[in-house]
Ligand binder design. Sequence first.
Ligand code: 5AD
Ligand code: FES
Length: 351
Amino acid sequence: MILDHDLYKLTDKLASERDLTDEEFLRILFCDDPEFISYLSAKAREKKEEYYGKKVYIRGLIEFTNHCKNNCHYCGIRRDNKNALRYRLSEEEILSCCDTGYGLGFRTFVLQGGEDGYYTDDRMVDIVSAIRKKYPDCAITLSIGEREKESYQKLFDAGADRYLLRHETADKEHYGSLHPIDMSFDHRMQCLKDLREIGFQVGCGMMIGSPGQTMEHIIKDLRFIQKFRPEMVGMGPFIPHHDTMYANEKAGSVELTLRLLSVIRLMFPAVLLPATTALGTLDPMGREKGLMAGANVLMPNLSPVNVRDKYTLYDDKICTGEEAAECIRCLKMRVSKTGYEIVQDRGDPAG
Ligand code: 5AD
Ligand code: FES
């Protein structure tokens, strides 16, 4: 039996040394004592505020295609899901999303999509260049999956600053169980390395509670993140999608996700860490709880409302009926109730 005061000491050690042994991490991650959790999250908030004050950064998410050549077992827009209603946004439509977003105070645009062969390097370079030209003061983030290094280089040269590519799990065998045989753990890792070498600010991350995930896998994720040193970590709970083989699996735990947000903040004080839409989907106060646990980024949707409900990676996603303006109004109110404040800023990493 572990004495509680040990865990408080471990938290202090994590805050000052930014690291623990595997066994110590496990003790923190397994503990669901509310008093301890409130201590852990207070430490994480303190650390966040040292670097970012009360600021919360917003990223305008433009989900520009739900076509995907991949078949990830967990994902609602996987290739073989014949029930998914597919769409693509044109360059004009994407620019119009940016326009709306800019007016609402967004200074980062995130172009996210499935791995869609329609968006060749040339087409993506055109889109990125157009955004870069029109919004020189904004950051452009891409989240369009695995490509070859030359392709990433072209996108970077066209003006993209950041790239999100979750590693999904740092355990090769677990990766193999979440993905079909034609997807490669090694290639995904290579992509992350390439992105880093090119000079992107890079985000990796994982789902919490994905089928087959153990606490040992999560420790491996932490060790991988420690080695890779990403600028951003995207981490949300797994949520089943009814058209996938995981339809009847359990969703990930909100509480464990929150504990992990705090642990990540204490390990990497300057990391840009979103409170994800998936967290807000499982718990109506999930995003606020995420901010209170150490997150400092929100990624509301700028996609046109008529395509929103088609970008469904998981069931019951929130905000599919709201216009961008409504979401930002709603979020400003929600955030201000936490004592934090949404700012109009590119939100680059501190320090
Ligand atoms: N539940 C939660 N997150 C999911 N993602 C994909 N499918 C799901 C799901 N069912 C996450 C993956 C991907 C990111 C864009 O969304 O981690 O990298
Ligand atoms: Fe979209 Fe609240 S954030 S409606």
